[in-house]
Write a protein that binds this ligand. Structure first.
Ligand code: GRG
Length: 290
């Protein structure tokens, strides 16, 4: 059984060795590789591989290729999110954003290329066709106009007004949670898990995704507060459509603890069905204790 750090190495090696194969224009290839290989925690493909292995699946090259598809898609979303027409960010993964380096046109195409290549990697591998179709359907739904893209659209519209907590939960579930939940469930699909196991994986993935986004909101507030040296509570109020903005710091921390409790309950339900303990899930949960 691999540790999280070993899975991350496996993923980094696979991405570095295989991206160039399917890209047929040098500047496009450079732009795609630039963001994909700039680092990143590789949490999503690691979740897929960790869960698949937990369920007895050998991590063959076909499995690694299918698992890495979600990292291609995630990287596209970061490139597009950073564009001048969206968040207009200057730094990502510790280096200048894709459009700062390659221009907005090529950055848009790099994102488009990574998005579509994800589906090539899900379908050009040795997995059974039924598994490939399950993965394609699930990833398209998680990332598409009822999932991540809808969350991003609501986020843009939400900038004009204050969201309720219920609306914010939906935005978070779509924008961030859907892809993380897909990554967890994909491990079950690859390992041909029973519907009951898939159900527990989905429950874990949903709660994990919510915790991840609340943590991201909290880090944003504390980082900004440290930068400007202002009172943390006043600063939280400035982030209106976030957990700290709506609930205050203590309220956001309580929501994070609640989401983690739900994730641990799902992990325990899964553990009760398996011969081995889902220790790899604890490694992912430990991300919140750093
Ligand atoms: C452009 C359609 C479209 C969607 C963008 C990803 C996204 C949706 C928005 C990014 C805004 C943001 C910072 C969301 C917080 C959660 C998140 C996705 C953080 C980045 O993920 P990590 O921490 O990043 O896994 P690394 O670099 O480690 O992969």
């Amino acid at each position: 059984m691999h540790k999280l750090s070993e899975l991350q190495t496996l993923i980094n090696d696979y991405l570095a060795a295989h991206l160039a194969v399917d890209v047929d224009q040098p500047q496009l290839q450079a732009a795609m590789a630039y963001s994909l290989l700039a680092g990143g925690k590789r949490l999503r493909p690691a979740l897929t591989l960790g869960v698949a292995e937990l369920l007895g699946q050998e991590l063959t090259p076909a499995v690694v290729k299918a698992a890495c598809a979600v990292e291609l898609l995630h990287t596209y979303s970061l490139i597009h999110d950073d564009l001048p027409a969206m968040d207009n960010d200057e730094l990502r993964r510790g280096v200048p954003t894709n459009h700062k380096k390659f221009g907005a046109g090529m950055a848009t195409l790099a994102g488009d290329g990574l998005l579509t290549l994800a589906f090539t990697w899900l379908t050009e591998n040795e997995l059974p066709l039924t598994t490939q179709v399950q993965l394609v359907k699930s990833l398209a739904r998680a990332a598409g106009p009822a999932g991540m893209v809808a969350g991003q659209a609501k986020d843009i519209e939400g900038e004009k007004e204050e969201l309720t907590l219920g609306q914010l939960q939906t935005v978070h579930a779509q924008k961030t949670g859907a892809l993380l939940a897909y990554a967890v469930v994909a491990g079950g699909m690859i390992a041909q898990a029973t519907p009951q196991v898939i159900g527990d994986l989905f429950a874990f993935g949903k709660a994990y995704g919510l915790a991840f986004q609340i943590q991201d909101d909290l880090l944003d507030v504390t980082a900004t507060s440290a930068e400007v040296g202002k009172e943390v509570h006043r600063d939280a109020a400035a982030h209106k459509n976030t957990y700290p903005g709506l609930l205050g710091l203590a309220g956001a921390q309580a929501s994070l603890a609640q989401a983690l409790t739900t994730a641990r309950q799902a992990r325990d339900a899964l553990g009760a069905q398996l011969a081995v303990q889902p220790q790899i899930l604890d490694e992912f949960l430990a991300y919140f204790e750093r």
